[in-house]
Structures are given as C-alpha cells and as structure tokens.
Design a protein around this ligand. Structure first.
Ligand SMILES: Cc1ncc(COP(=O)(O)O)c(C=O)c1O
Length: 435
C-alpha cells in the first residue's frame, strides 16, 4: 500500500496520538464489551464521526450549493486518495459505492448482460471459492446461475498449512473445468476470506487464471484495505473491491470498486440509474439520487487520523498483525488447541481452535456459543464450525475468529480466555445452551 503523500490534504505531520486520546476516539464503544470482531462491521473513531457530521451539516445548510459545487470535487478527492493507496493508474478506475455487496452486484450484473447479449453461452462458468462470502455467493447465484451460467466452487482446506494447498486446489478446479470443456468467464477470488479467515495467495491465483485463459478476474478484498497491502497493478485483476468501513476507519458505509481501464469499463453501470448514466461508472456512482454521501467524503480526515500513529496505516497494520498473533498464541496455549493457519496466512484476524469438550457440532452450536459469550461474559467474537473429516481423531470443530484493531487491549483477550476456561471448568457443552 502506498504511503501518505501530499494529495491527502495537509503535508504537516499531525501530533502523535496519546493513549488518552486513543481511548477518547473510541469512547462511544460499549465499555462492557470486549470487542474481538472488527471484521464484521469495522470501527469509526469519534474524530471521523465528527467530520462526517460536518459534511452532513454542510449539505443540510445549503443543499443545492452542496450538490452542485461541493459533492463532486469532494468525492473526487476521496477517489484520488484511494487511487494512491491501491496504486491504480488512473482515478477513473476508482468508483466509490456503498459496500462490497453493491460492488459485487455491479460486476456480476454486468456479466449477466453478456449472457443475454449472447456473447456468453449457457453453461459458461464462473469460478469462486467455497469459502467466499455467503452474500456474494448468493449474488453469483442470482446473477450468473439465473442467467444460465455454471458455478464452480473451489474447496479450500481448513485448517490450512500453506499457500500451496490453496494453489493446488485452485489449479485442480481449473484443470477439471478444462477437461469438461467449460469456458470460464469470471473468477471471483477473495483476498482475505471472511469465515474461516485466511489470506488467499491472490496474486498467484490471478496469474494462474490468466495463464488458463479465464476471461475476467474479480477480487473481493472486502476485508483488505487498511488490513493488508493492496497493489492492484501487482495483483493484476480486472476488478478489485474493498470496504472502507471495515479496517480503514470510515463510517458505514463506503467501499471502493476498482475497474482496470478497458473498453469494457464504459459499459459498466451502477445498479441504481440516475442523472450521471452513461458518464462512466465512477461518475454514475457519485450521484445515485438524493442521499447521504458523507461516509464517502471523510477520506482526507481518515488519512489525518492514521498519520497520528507511528508508521501511519502501514504501522497500524503491522502492529495489529503482531498483536493478534501474540494473543492467538496465548489463547491456544491456554486452551491446548491449534491455530487454523500459520502466521503468514493471517492478517489482523486469526482463527483460534476452541476446546473440543465444548461440543461444537454445527453452525447453530457455534452461533449459540457466540451468543452465550456475548450475553454472559461481554465478549463479542465470531465463531466458526468446521465439519470433521472422515476418520479424524479428536477433531477441533470450533474456531473463534479473533481480531485486533487499535482500540483493543490485552484485557479483552484475557476476558475471552477466562470465559472459555470457566465454561470448560463448569462442564458446559453447546447442547446445554438454549436455541
Ligand atoms: C469477504 C467479504 N466479502 C463481502 C463482504 C460484504 O461486505 P458488506 O456487508 O460491507 O457489503 C464481507 C463482509 O464481511 C466480507 O468479509
């Protein structure tokens, strides 16, 4: 990820954030909750919420002036910041939309039209990961399967030991498609899968798709910006999207959609057609009717915020990773379990094995345990159920997805450790928890 340069508003170095300022930035968080699930909804510091409110008031103060004079240049400023952060060649390649769900629908709907215009044949395929995000998988079903396309799901081993295991599965799926005479029109690859959470060797998979003649490649990096490095030129996909509200401190909801410059780009449209129809996806996305655009406008303030941390956003990312690994090791040691992936495949989220004696036997059990931890211990953590493989001895079937963001303290993880230790000591199993 590119570091912060002069396009990000001011060039002065802001004062480093103090511990009490950091606490105050997140003082709106519920103090009774140990928040270990940044991956679902992200977080937004109070200085950014204030900036958002300033934009909202600017609009309400003189809406006509705001719409005709302030909105477009302000969105352009945010797009330029994103362009630099992701190393895109041109600002027209960057659109800002509500969220990754919307970005995915824009790309997938575009391909639905290719089936209707007969440039694609029924049975042409899209390839996705089995662990792709469930809402995005549903969009694939709605836009690709319904249009007559075939969907190939690549199984991803979990727990996983190395990138090679994923690369091999993907290679096998491409070869199988070839043997079956399938034309693969679109590959949809996650950069960081949500559940179970693992960094996918996205650059290698994109390269493999290119070598095998896959038409277009779309990377779902919903969890990625502010979390891992993104260099869209280096990754080499045609489309890349990421939420700005998960790990980059924007308020909900904002995401970018990068579309590599091509003739095709002029045929891509926002799902909501409005005044800018036909003026390019970036322009179309900047005016989708009357609505609140403030979440898209705070990028300059977000850049100011991250510059208050040592090493800026890169410093935040590397410290989050180091800290979450340390906490994951502490938890797995306390519970006598393993991590779901090696450190180099983890970002600021890590899958930690739960004690087998808790009897996590289904997705429903995982949800019940998650609810119990929230309601009885004040711990918010995402929980994953993994079905045991045939003949597996003493399988770990439950994994907690813990995260680390700048607001976390060691006490958050100690609370989680102690809660689970108490459940084990009390002999609780998921079958005893209410539905
Ligand atoms: C990999 C992945 N894709 C897509 C999404 C959807 O993001 P949103 O709900 O903000 O559209 C998420 C959200 O967690 C995700 O993790």
């Amino acid at each position: 990820m590119a570091s912060l340069h002069s396009t990000h508003g001011t060039t002065h170095k802001p004062e480093s954030i103090t511990l009490s300022e950091l606490r105050s930035e997140f003082s709106h968080h519920d103090p009774t909750i140990a928040r270990l699930n940044n991956g679902s909804f992200g977080c937004c510091p109070s200085s950014i919420i204030s900036a958002q409110q300033r934009y909202q008031l600017l609009f309400l103060r003189q809406p006509d002036y705001f719409y005709y004079n302030t909105l477009k240049p302000s969105i352009l400023k945010s797009r330029r910041i994103i362009q630099e952060l992701i190393n895109a060649d041109h600002v027209d390649e960057v659109s800002i939309v509500d969220n990754v769900t919307t970005a995915a629908a824009i790309v997938l709907q575009h391909y639905t039209w290719s089936f209707f215009s007969s440039s694609f044949q029924p049975g042409d395929a899209a390839i996705i990961l089995h662990h792709s995000y469930s809402a995005v998988k549903k969009a694939v079903q709605a836009y690709i399967s319904r249009a007559g396309g075939h969907v190939i799901e690549v199984p991803i081993p979990f727990p996983v030991k190395s990138d090679d295991e994923i690369i091999l599965e993907f290679q096998n799926a491409l070869q199988m498609a070839k043997l079956n005479g399938r034309k693969i029109r679109l590959a949809l690859i996650d950069h960081i899968t949500s559940m179970p959470s693992v960094i996918i060797p996205v650059k290698e998979l994109v390269k493999m798709c290119r070598e095998e003649g896959v038409d277009r490649i779309f990377v779902d990096g919903a969890q990625a910006i502010g979390h891992v490095e993104i260099d869209v030129k280096d990754i080499g996909a045609d489309f890349y999207t990421s939420n700005l509200h998960k790990w980059l401190f924007c308020p909900p909801s904002a995401a970018f959609l990068y579309c590599k410059m091509s003739d095709e780009l002029s045929n891509m449209h926002h799902l909501v057609i409005s005044h800018e129809y036909g003026n390019g996806l970036a322009m179309e996305s900047g005016w989708v009717g009357t609505r609140d655009y403030s979440a898209q406008l705070v990028l300059p303030e977000v850049m100011e915020f991250v510059r208050r941390f040592e090493g800026g956003i890169e410093g935040i990312m590397s410290r989050n990773h180091e800290k979450v690994m340390e906490m994951a090791d502490m938890l797995s040691e306390a519970w006598g379990t393993e991590l779901g992936a090696p450190s180099e495949m983890c970002s600021s989220m890590v899958m930690v094995g739960m004690p087998a004696c808790l009897g996590i036997k289904s997705g429903e059990d995982a949800l019940k345990l998650r609810t119990h931890l929230r309601e009885c211990f004040g711990v918010e953590v995402h929980m994953y159920y993994r079905a045991p493989i045939e003949r597996e001895v003493d399988p770990v079937t439950g994994y907690a997805r813990i995260s680390h963001q700048v607001y976390n303290t060691v006490e958050d993880y100690h609370r989680f450790r102690d809660a689970v230790n108490k459940l084990v000591k009390d002999g609780l199993t998921c079958s005893l928890l209410p539905n």
